[in-house]
Design a protein around this ligand. Structure first.
Ligand code: GLN
Ligand code: ZN
Length: 768
């Protein structure tokens, strides 16, 4: 049997690419040196894969920023606004154009905005959205794929497998930048360019080419299906000699199975981790010329493979289509996993023995092949020991936690009274003005604060010294908020590194890696916590600082928590129980914290759920089930407090229109939500739906240092009050202010408070 890999992390074992890119952007590294770093990462990756015994090793899976942006450059889909970048005599190269598209370009008297970025399917990786115009033309522009193929061949001594984003998925990932055309119709202009590329690769000696078509596993319109048929018929006709492997992942082919297996290609890759049920259908329908690549090793998570389960899939495939037509593979590109578990020295050995990062996953592919080819029972037994050890481990399983989840009742997910009654009680209690002002939680995390944390970690200062400094920062933030007249204060989150990590560090069942970095976008990497066991809250997590902050002001101090769905979404999660189960455990832990805050005298508590939307399944048919448990989890976390306690939630940077009724079903008393970039467009959805509770539409975008004027914010508030009852509207920024600097934050918030005052004057006459 053949083994293959679909893609390997390109950040480098020690994030070399991040460091090199950032140095290059800061003009502290030359282009030559940047390219040298990139080459050494590629060479090391290829070597790793070769050593692991992988037959079809990918090339062109490397990217300086993003593989979709690479594709746009390869196809010459460069928006016109970038043409000045290269047309001047300024010594700039293709790579500078490329980075300009990714990051914007502000130099040489030019000010060009970056291309939009959005999430890659349901991952935390972000891609650069292609921009299309009605007269869009394509041509081979960047030579990267050809160069990488040659270089790979030279390094490996064998022929690598170029990876390209397939033409239909490429178009579907993009955006029409003007009206009057449908991007999918561009397929006729696009396919000839793909044909040219494939022909050139063939001439260079390519044997296999991988075309990623993840949209085949999503809901497709008849027109999109037709595009698939025509595109691949043409490619086959023009390139009869090249072996084409079509890669799907993240979901099941479902009703698209017939379409996919009928496409005239040589191999079809399917994700058997996410969608094991599709195997039977695919095997049954596959024509005799089609090989099937079985994605059995999880490319999205960090757990060791269960060989017994994988072997069952592989054996089934062998029985139906024969050994020669079976390829063993990870489920998707390993881009979404950290690089090397061997670097982790701090993880408890028992737990580490359950885990596998990208390098270990390649080994698993190889071992599966080895077991099937040579009946290697030793390998099988080792794996069995690890997997069954995990199933039984006391480190994971805490009967009390499981019992508590089993005992959750509907009452736990409900507040005592309905919103209108709570609102009356809370209004009587808080006596807030019309258009009350607040912020989303964090204040600027200055270098001083970051250094403080670093020094505590290194043991250079004591916990006491650290706490004293945090206390000082908190008090000064409180004084400042009082001074400018904010109504509901926040403590500033100075004690928190990250909104998930902070909670993970205080909950049982979590572990943290030292080097478990995964690319999020461009040079930005994240290190998600690992939820390995039943989640339990051994002690208060935020009460100390919230209580401290409330004790230092007569104003209302908002407690600040991260919600269960967001914690789940931004962690590596258990694969030995449904995600919903883990979320309910998290919900109970947050619930206990909410109740503890209430007992400590905190009257307003915010539970952030910025990630609730991104957890939506890729297939619409699965939405209802997800929303059901996600909303319920939030309600459980908020459901333990009295009517007089006001629960806020916060969401940002997603499209919320299509889940508005579920947001309402979360039954928060107040939601603060990102709206300023869309000029309050989102509020139309809230108004149309008659959103029942109070709402703080962000009146300014915190992702830019730009300070909004009072006038701008008043207009936004007027717009909001046109759509929703003025008495339900709060005034706040779009999101937390952690990434901002103090000077712009101060001016912006002073303006914001003034805008609220102006709006109060305007609306004072009107009944609330
Ligand atoms: N409370 C968090 C903060 O202000 C919310 C961050 C977020 O929405 N991503 O930082
Ligand atoms: Zn936010």
């Amino acid at each position: 049997m053949l083994t293959q890999n679909l893609g390997y992390p390109r950040i480098g074992t020690h994030r070399e690419l991040k460091k090199a890119c950032e140095q290059y952007w800061a003009e502290k590294m030359s282009r030559i040196d940047l390219f040298a770093v990139a080459r050494s990462i590629r060479a090391a990756n290829w070597k790793t894969q070769q050593d692991a015994g992988i037959d079809l090793i990918p090339c062109n899976d490397f990217s300086f920023y993003d593989q979709v942006l690479d594709t746009s450059l390869m196809l010459g889909a460069v928006p016109k606004r970038y043409s000045p970048v290269l047309s001047r005599d300024n010594g700039k190269h293709e790579i500078d154009l490329y980075f300009a598209m990714a990051r914007g370009y502000q130099r040489d008297g030019l000010d060009i905005t970056a291309m939009e970025m959005t999430k890659w399917f349901d991952t935390n990786y972000h891609y650069i959205v292609p921009e299309f115009t009605a007269d869009q033309q394509f041509k081979i522009f960047s030579e990267k794929v050809f160069e990488e193929f040659n270089f790979g061949r030279q390094v490996l001594g064998v022929v690598p497998k170029p990876v390209l984003l397939g033409p239909v998925s490429y178009l579907l990932l993009g955006k029409e930048k003007e009206a009057g055309f449908d991007k999918i119709d561009l397929i006729k202009r696009l396919v000839p360019v793909y044909v040219d590329i494939l022909k050139r690769l063939k001439v260079q000696g390519a044997v296999w080419v991988q075309l990623d078509e993840p949209f085949l596993a999503l809901d497709l319109s008849p027109k999109e299906k037709e595009a698939y048929k025509q595109a691949y018929a043409e490619i086959r006709k023009q390139c009869p000699q090249l072996n084409i492997l079509l890669a799907t992942y993240f979901e099941s082919l479902h009703e698209n199975t017939e379409l996919a297996v009928q496409l005239p290609v040589d191999a079809l890759h399917i994700d058997l981790v996410r969608a094991p049920d599709q195997l039977d259908n695919v095997l049954r329908l596959a024509p005799p010329t089609l090989s099937i690549s079985l994605g059995v090793v999880d490319g999205r998570n960090i757990w060791k493979n269960d060989y017994i389960r994988s072997i069952a899939h592989i054996k089934k495939a062998i029985a139906v289509i024969g050994r020669d037509r079976v390829i063993i593979s990870p489920s998707c590109s390993l881009l979404h996993t950290p690089v090397d578990l061997a670097l982790e020295t701090g993880i408890e050995p028992e737990i580490k023995n359950w885990m596998a990062f990208a390098r270990q996953k390649l080994n698993e592919v190889n071992e599966l092949n080895e077991i099937l080819a040579h009946n290697n029972n030793g390998l099988l037994q080792d794996n069995l020991k690890a997997v069954s050890g995990r199933n039984l481990s006391k480190l994971i399983h805490k009967p009390a936690v499981k019992q508590r989840v089993d005992a959750i009742t509907d009452a736990d997910a409900n507040r005592t009274s309905v919103f209108v009654n709570r609102q009356q009680i809370q209004r009587g209690r808080f006596k807030l003005p019309l258009f009350p002002t607040t912020t989303i939680g964090s204040f600027p995390q200055t270098d001083d604060i970051r250094q403080l944390r670093a020094r505590l970690k290194k043991g250079e200062i004591t916990q006491q010294q650290y706490d004293d400094q945090i206390a000082e920062a908190t008090i000064s933030a409180i004084r400042w908020q009082e001074q400018i007249g904010i109504d509901v204060l926040v403590h500033g989150e100075f004690e928190r590194n990250d909104m998930v990590e902070y909670f993970g560090e205080r909950l049982d069942g979590f572990l943290f890696t030292k080097n478990g970095w995964v690319q999020s976008y461009g040079s930005r990497c994240v290190k998600p916590p690992v939820i390995y066991g039943d989640v339990n809250r051994p002690a208060d997590m935020t009460v100390y600082w919230s209580k401290f902050a409330q004790a230092n002001t007569k104003k209302l101090m908002k407690g600040m928590l991260t919600g269960p769905v967001t914690i789940l979404q931004w962690s590596f999660v258990r694969d030995d129980q449904p995600r919903s189960e883990t979320t309910y455990q998290l919900a109970l832990a947050i619930r206990d914290e909410v109740v503890a805050l209430e007992e400590a005298g905190i009257k307003v508590i915010q539970i952030d759920e910025p990630a609730i939307r991104e957890g939506l399944p890729l297939r619409k048919a699965d939405w209802a089930k997800y929303l059901d448990w996600a909303v319920k989890a939030f309600r459980i976390s908020a459901g333990g407090v009295k009517d007089e306690t006001q629960i806020h939630t916060h969401m940002c940077y997603s499209e919320f229109n299509d889940i508005i009724e579920h947001i309402a079903a979360m039954d928060a008393d107040v939601i603060t939500i990102e709206t300023s970039r869309s000029q309050m467009e989102l509020l139309e959805a809230f108004a149309g739906f008659k959103y029942p509770a109070e709402i703080g539409p962000g009146v300014y975008d915190i992702h830019s240092p730009r300070v909004p004027t009072v006038h701008e914010m008043v207009s936004l508030l007027k717009k909001a009050a046109d759509l929703l009852p003025a008495g339900n509207i709060w005034v706040n920024p779009d999101c937390g202010l952690k990434t901002r600097k103090w000077p712009e934050t101060q001016t912006a918030l002073i303006n914001m408070v003034q805008a609220a005052k102006d709006a109060r004057e305007i609306f004072a006459e009107q009944p609330v």
